[in-house]
Design a protein around this ligand. Structure first.
Ligand SMILES: [Fe+2]
Length: 269
């Protein structure tokens, strides 16, 4: 691995100003970077939303990418001045609203690696997810599936293991661990951790004044649950490995003591 691995790496956030439901202005984006840096993040790959279907509309796609490029250059220029210690890179969060998005444009990937952050549309699980992921793998991409714990219809967690077996990586949000999205995603996140199926954590931070990256709270919850080692691998080691284009290391299954789920409630936001 190249580079300095000190501090944490975050591979999922919405800090490019004015292009999605994340930061609206450069000022909000700078405040957002400040919150991530304050929580110990030293490398950020920020990932604006992009509809996969747009990749089939060349004109619409180019217009959207140009808009992103403009927002990105303003962000990076300002960030270099205000946060010289933070490495800032780009990617996208590609919504798989079509089963066969064209991922040939290198800008779609996390920091020019082969890893691409993807999500199922509208927080549901469409039919044929295994085929969709296989197609992406066959095209040379390694899908990193954003927040598997948040999808409706994932009562059957074995499907998530099917995605892993297809070669997809699973990224859990810090917010899920502390109950930001409700009790079900929180429980699912911990069940995935108990099975050792999570590959990395990231913030999915939307860079607005009323929000936080939930990172410090998540670190605290993981520690309470006996998951210091898992936290270190999921937040520090594996996110850095992906940034360097390397596969994540396996993560030991989290062993929760009996009755500890009651304790988890105390961390519910
Ligand atoms: Fe996101």
């Amino acid at each position: 691995m190249a580079g300095d691995s000190e501090g944490l790496t975050d591979l999922h956030s919405h800090l490019v100003p004015g292009v999605d439901d994340g930061s609206r202005t450069l000022l909000e984006a700078m405040e957002g970077m400040g919150k991530l840096e304050g929580a110990g993040v030293r490398r950020i790959v920020t990932t604006p939303h992009l509809d996969g279907s747009l990749t089939h509309d060349p004109e619409g796609f180019e217009a959207r990418l140009e808009e992103m490029d403009r927002g990105w250059s303003s962000l990076v220029q300002r960030a270099e001045k205000e946060f010289p210690e933070v490495e800032l890179r780009r990617g996208f969060e590609v919504m798989l609203d079509v089963p066969d998005p064209d991922l040939s444009d290198g800008r779609l990937y996390l920091a020019e690696t082969r890893f691409v952050l993807v999500e199922w549309p509208w927080l549901g699980v469409p039919p044929g997810t295994l085929q969709v992921l296989t197609r992406l793998k066959d095209a040379g991409a390694t899908p990193v599936l954003a927040h598997p714990e948040r999808y409706r219809g994932l009562e059957e967690l074995d499907l998530a293991n099917g995605w892993r077996k297809m070669g997809a990586l699973l990224q859990v949000n810090y917010g899920s661990l502390v109950g930001r999205y409700g009790e079900t995603p929180q429980k699912r996140a911990f069940t995935l951790l108990e099975r050792g199926w999570v590959d990395l954590f990231s913030s999915d931070f939307h860079g607005r004044p009323h929000l936080t990256p939930d990172l410090e709270e998540a670190r605290e919850v993981m520690s309470e649950m006996g998951g210091d080692e898992q936290f270190e691998i999921l937040s520090g080691v594996n996110t850095f490995r992906l940034l360097c284009g390397e596969d994540p290391v396996p993560v030991p299954a989290l062993v929760l003591e009996r009755g500890i789920r009651e304790k988890l409630r105390a961390f519910f936001r």
